[in-house]
Design a protein around this ligand. Structure first.
Ligand SMILES: Nc1ncnc2c1ncn2[C@@H]1O[C@H](COP(=O)(O)OP(=O)(O)OP(=O)(O)O)[C@@H](O)[C@H]1O
Ligand SMILES: [Mg+2]
Length: 290
């Protein structure tokens, strides 16, 4: 967390009684059951839960990325004050502008047949930051974005294809693509779960650094309480589509109220005191939230 959020201001994201019913071959599944939460500028709010608990459905529902005919949404989602539940087209005003998604799997999220540069140029063009005709401006902006996510020799990397970069570098490229529109709110669905722990730490550091520089709000989705405790201001613990407990990070980690949260905690390999034994703590990052 950076600048102390002023809670008198309008939240970047406000979700009230949000529900998602999925129409499947086996019947209707209530994948998200009446969840409510909010995110202000400079805050990281994490949804944590076991596989199948409804985390991604919550994120995709908020972003309105679920197929309209297979997912029935209800409740209210306000993104920077824009109600995206009342009017399906309203999401176009904010997605890729106020709001950007960092998808889970870099290998499937990027096209294998297009260079990093052309995929980044496309994101910059869609964001309206440079026109497709102005190659110089596109190149300059792309280099700046790659520098921002600490990718070395960015000019060289722009010419490469996804298979020529490591998983950690690809995840940084996805973050650069998400940043192309200078969003105020980032939704990150398991942005580090495909990465080994040392690379995970670097990506989490990067997100915290970007938050510090630009005061963005982050909705983090993870199944890993080790990740959640490092970067979150608040945590919502999800099970079977509902939040079973919510609170600030210290409260959830130190005094879990449910057996389910205790089980998630038990799954974290090392859970030492905040600033001790960094060598034994797999996800120690310099920017860890105190
Ligand atoms: N396309 C789909 N068709 C049928 N059921 C689905 C579909 N997508 C999700 N579901 C169901 O919705 C529920 C929530 O799934 P969701 O993917 O949101 O979980 P998750 O918490 O993100 O899990 P994970 O940690 O594995 O990513 C699960 O019961 C899942 O089986
Ligand atoms: Mg998921």
């Amino acid at each position: 967390m950076t600048a102390q959020p002023t809670f008198t201001e309008q939240p970047l994201l406000e979700v009230r009684d949000f529900q998602v019913e999925l129409i499947t071959d086996a019947g209707i599944i209530r994948a998200v059951d009446s969840v409510s939460f909010s995110i202000h500028r400079g805050e990281t709010v994490t949804i944590i839960g076991e596989s199948g608990s409804g985390k991604s459905t919550t994120a995709m529902g908020i972003l309105r990325l679920l197929p309209e005919d297979l997912a029935v949404l209800s409740g209210t989602v306000l993104i920077d004050g824009v109600d995206v539940t009342a009017d399906p087209k309203a999401i176009d005003k904010v997605r890729g502008k106020t709001l950007a998604l960092i998808p889970q799997d870099p290998m499937t999220a990027l096209s294998p047949v297009h260079s990093i540069g052309s995929q980044l140029f496309e994101a910059i063009r869609i964001a309206g930051a440079a026109s497709a005709k102005d190659k110089g401006a596109l190149q300059a902006r792309a280099v700046r974005l790659l520098e921002q996510v600490h990718i070395p020799t960015p000019e060289k990397q722009l010419k490469k294809y996804p298979h020529q970069l490591s998983g950690g570098m690809l995840q940084r490229v996805l973050i650069a693509i998400a940043l192309a529109s200078e969003p105020q709110l980032l939704v990150a669905d398991e942005p580090t779960s495909a990465l080994d722990v040392t690379v995970q730490g670097g990506i989490l550091d990067l997100l915290l650094e970007l938050q510090e520089q630009r005061g963005i709000g982050i909705l983090m989705i993870t199944h890993d309480l080790g990740v959640a405790r490092l970067i979150s201001d608040r945590i919502h613990v999800m099970k079977d589509g509902s939040f079973v407990e919510s609170g600030d990070v210290q409260q959830i980690v130190d005094h879990p109220a449910t057996e389910y949260t205790r089980a998630l905690l038990a799954a974290v390999p090392v859970l030492g005191p905040w600033d001790e034994t960094p060598a034994a703590t797999p996800l120690t990052t310099t920017g860890a939230k105190p």
